[in-house]
Design a protein around this ligand. Sequence first.
Ligand code: ADP
Length: 429
Amino acid sequence: MSSVVLDKVTKVYPGDYLAVDRLNLRAEAGEFLVLLGPSGCGKSTLLRMIAGLEEITEGDLWLDGQLANHLAPRDRDVAMVFQNGALYPHRTVRGNIAFPLEIAKSDPALVRERVTELSKALHIDETLDRRPGTLSGGQRQRVAMGRAIVRQPKLFLMDEPLSNLDAGMRTELRMEISALVRSLGVTTIYVTHDQVEALTLADRIAILNRGVLQDVGTPAQIYNDPATAFVAAFLNSQQLNLLAANVRTPQNQYVMLDFGPHRLTLPWSDPRAYAISQHTGGQVLVGMRPDGLAPVPESYEGPSFFGRVRTLEYHGHEWLAYLECGMPAVPVPEPPDPRVRLNGEKNGSGKLAGLVRRLFSSPAHEQEHQDQEQVGQHPNSGIHRRSDLIVRLGNRPVWRAGDAAKVAVDLSRVMIFTLDGARIDPPRR
Ligand code: ADP
C-alpha cells in the first residue's frame, strides 16, 4: 500500500499545451480514489505521470513519502490497467496472469496458488486454459486485471477499465473491482468520465476540468455539497436547475432570492444567510436538483414555485416534469481556462456575468431576445431548456401536460453560487 501525494503537479505538452495545472491531491494508503471529469480534462495524463509513463513538467510526486518524479516505472511498484487491457494472444489465461510472477522468477507453487486464488475472485477460473481470442470483452478485462494485480503492487492504477464493456457487464465488473481491491487493501486510483462509476466505487472523488482540480471529497460530499456549479452539474444524472436571482434583504428582516415572478426567503438563522446577504443588490446563481423539488397542492404555503407543465418524460424508474415557470434557466458557468496562463488570452467567465446582469436590467421584449442569444452562444447551450424547471416525480405522474403545477422547494438542498459558479457558502469537507 502506497500513499500518493501530488504537489503542484503540472504537465505541459509540446506546443505549450497545458494538460494539468498545479494540481495538489493526496491519496491515502489503501484508499480508492476516483479521478472524474469530462473527456480531455487531463485524467489519463495525471495517471500516466503517477505511473512514470509521462514526464512531470513541474511540481512533485511523492510515493510512500519518497520523491518519485524521476523514478523509473518499474521501480514504482505500480500496476496499471487500461481501457482495452492488451493480453498476450498466444498465452493462455493462466499464462497471462502468471506472466509477471514468472518474469520475477517466483516459486512455481506460489505462482499456481496466486493464479488460482485470483482467477476465482475474478470469476475466470473456468477459462484458465483458454486463449484470450476465445474470451468475451468482460473476461479479457478480468484477465488484464488479474495480471496487473498478481504481484501485489503497492499502487493500482486503472484508466477507464470498463468503458469498452456493455452496460450489464460494466455493472457486474464494477462490483467485483470494488470487492477485489478492497479485500487486497491496495491503494487504487481509478480514472473515469462516468459519474455512476465514480459515485459507486470511490472512497473519495477528485473532479477535474481543463487540467484543474475542481473539488475533492467523498461521493456524498461532492453530490450534496459541491464546491462549484460546474461540479454540481457534472455530478447530476438529470439536469441541474440553475436560475439567476437578485439578492435582497428587505428591512433587514430576512434574505430574499428574487427570481422575478418567484421569490424564496431565508431566515437569518439559516447558516447560509449571512454569506448570501453579502451579495445584496447583486445577483447569484441558485442550483436545485430535480429531486429537491416536489409537487404540492395549490394550498401549500411553504417555499415553492408555480408554473405550467410543458411536458412529462418517462424514465422507467421515475417521471420527470418540465415546468414553464417564467424563470430564465442559465447555462452552467465554465470554470476559468488555465491555458490563459500560458497564452495570455482573456477567459469567458465574465461574459456570463454580463449576460445575467443584462437579463435583470432590460425590458421584457429585449430580455426574451437576450435570453435566446445567451442560450445560443454558450458552449453548454442545450444543457438547460429555457424557462423550464425540471422536477422529479418518482414513479407516479401526478400531473398531465398543460396542468397548473406547484412545487415545494427543499431549502436545505438549494445551492447558491456566485455568477462565476463558485459556492457562496463554503462547502464542508
Ligand atoms: P482525459 O484522460 O481526461 O480524457 P488526457 O489526459 O488524455 O485527458 O488529455 C488531456 C489533454 O491533453 C487533451 O486535450 C489531450 O488532447 C492532450 N494530450 C494528451 N496527450 C497528449 C500528447 N502526447 N501530446 C499533446 N497533447 C496531448
